[in-house]
Each structure stands twice: as structure tokens, then as C-alpha cells.
Design a protein. Structure first.
Length: 98
């Protein structure tokens, strides 16, 4: 199943939660913090401005982004993999991988 977001929405695959603390303690699934970082999988066509023009999104597929803790709605796709569908406004920053 391929998800194509509409408008100013973005599909993000969240990074895996850490399974151990820095001290080596193994965390149960319920104690893991959900990371606020992920990879952009797909983007919409952009937001329509008040003058009727379409403004492209500032992020693109492949970008690693940081987003707000309550950003988006989670959906299961192929093989049970979970992705987030969020608005561009929920993204706080793009992480430079260089």
C-alpha cells in the first residue's frame, strides 16, 4: 500500500525507540519513549495560499526530520510497519546528515 498525502501533509517513518538505556538497562516496550525523529517517506503537493497559488513544502522525501511529540496520526502499512501522517507545521526541523 502506498500513501500519497494531500495538501501540506507529510508521511514520516518514525525512528525505532531505544531498547536500552545508556547504562545498559533493557527497557520494556511500555517504558520506551517514542522518538520525535523520523524519515520523510512522501509529501503532498503543497499548501494553497490565500491568493490561490500552491506553495511547495519545505521538506522532501528522504529528509530526516524532528517533529512535535504529539504530531500526526499513526497508521499501519505493508507488513504492519507504522507511519505517521502529519501536517508540515508539525515538523520543527530538518536534520543535516553531513
Amino acid at each position: 500500500m502506498k500513501i500519497q498525502p494531500l495538501g501540506d501533509r507529510v508521511v514520516v517513518e518514525r525512528e525505532e525507540a531505544q531498547s536500552k538505556t545508556a547504562g545498559g538497562i533493557v527497557l520494556p516496550e511500555t517504558a520506551k519513549d517514542k522518538p520525535q525523529k523520523g524519515k520523510v517517506i512522501a509529501v503532498g503537493e503543497g499548501r494553497i495560499t490565500k491568493d490561490g497559488k500552491r506553495r511547495e513544502l519545505q521538506v522532501k522525501a528522504g529528509d530526516t526530520v524532528i517533529f512535535t511529540s504529539y504530531a500526526g496520526d499513526e497508521f499501519k502499512v505493508d507488513g504492519g510497519k507504522k507511519v505517521l501522517l502529519m501536517r508540515e507545521d508539525d515538523i520543527l526541523a530538518v536534520v543535516d546528515q553531513h
